[in-house]
Design a protein around this ligand. Sequence first.
Ligand SMILES: [Zn+2]
Length: 442
Amino acid sequence: MPAKDVDILIHGGIVLTMDERRSVLEDGGVAIERGRIAEVGTSAQLRKRYRGREQFDARGMVVLPGLVNLHFHTDNFSRGVGEHLGLEAWLDTIYYPMLAAMSQDDARKAGLLAYTEVVKGGTTCVNDMYIKLPALADAAERVGIRAVLSSEGADLVPGQESLEDNERALLERNNSAGGRITFRFGVEWVPVCSAQYIRRCRELADKHGVGIHVHLNESQEEVRLCREKYGKPPVEFVHELGLLGPDVVAAHCVWLSDREIQIMRDTGTHISYNPVSNAKLGNGVARAVDYLKAGINVGLGTDDAPCNNNNDMFEVMKYASLFQKAVHTDASLLPSQQVLEMATRGGARALGLEKDIGSLEAGKKADVILVNMRVPSLTPLFTGRNFNAFAHLVFAAHGENVDTVIIDGQVVMKGRRMLTVDEQEVIDSATEAAERVIQART
Ligand SMILES: [Zn+2]
């Protein structure tokens, strides 16, 4: 049979499919046609069956599903400003005033920078809660990333977006860019939201059949504020208002009581564990091992530039494991393959996208990354009995080791060069806008 033409043929790599059986192909590849994976197989098989219009020789590389950043904010204009303030003081003196000073065009420039940054680190899908969603949709469309957008919504502090802003953007742009850009409803922070706001958020999510992205129990101070204001901790409060469910991603959950863990499990709510942000803001270490033990689906997120200060999911994977090992004095906790599952399958499932992304399997959307292992820090790379690619990716690699990124079958970065945007122009225009916004904040 003659070889079939496909858009892209990757061969010669170590393929970590992250499928149900976590199959690994030590000399394998992926055939991609019209945005989807046509086949995953050995290099010999694929070369016989397909001729790629574009070919990737992945020798010395690991091929895996794109990473899913389950809790992200485009926010990057105040990166490195207002360090060490702690969460509440930072929100009041830097974050909220800055959001109020931003225009649509500023948000678009922030979005271009944010999505370029994360794509360069191997992230192909972001669950992004920020402001001015039409501008973010423009930026996501241009960069080529898969984005799930929601507002930093709240009704008790000035300058925040309303549920109506969120709904308007959803009506305009949900499922745009061939389904790559979708929407959810966002809850910024429970202490700045009324009970009415939380209830309305659930109503709107049900009405439009979309999910919810919410911050919950991030700091001890948040839990204290909620108890003082509403008589219960955040998870209990929003649960009684009907917010939680399998269509909800709850970010942080650093301070959950046993009762709240039960609520999360019983409602099927997903958790985004963001260890770097939680450590940097002095919020603590989430009880991730307990959540997993309870059967809760846990994904990973970076949070945002000022809280991290980068958006490198490889770094997040490493700390996700290290903090649990350290806190429990148990080196067996969160081994590398499990952590990579959280950053791929876990995130996809949390966003209700597991049929389309999160693993490399025929029929799924082609969100694929190639990581260059031919560098000193990832050497030696063993196959067979001493297979160490999972360990290298989680404990030794960085975003800079990602060589190529394909999203929805489009090559967005190749050989570390962005193909969809002019990286220097993105940096220059974001710098100019950030300078203006940071000066203008009142
Ligand atoms: Zn956040």
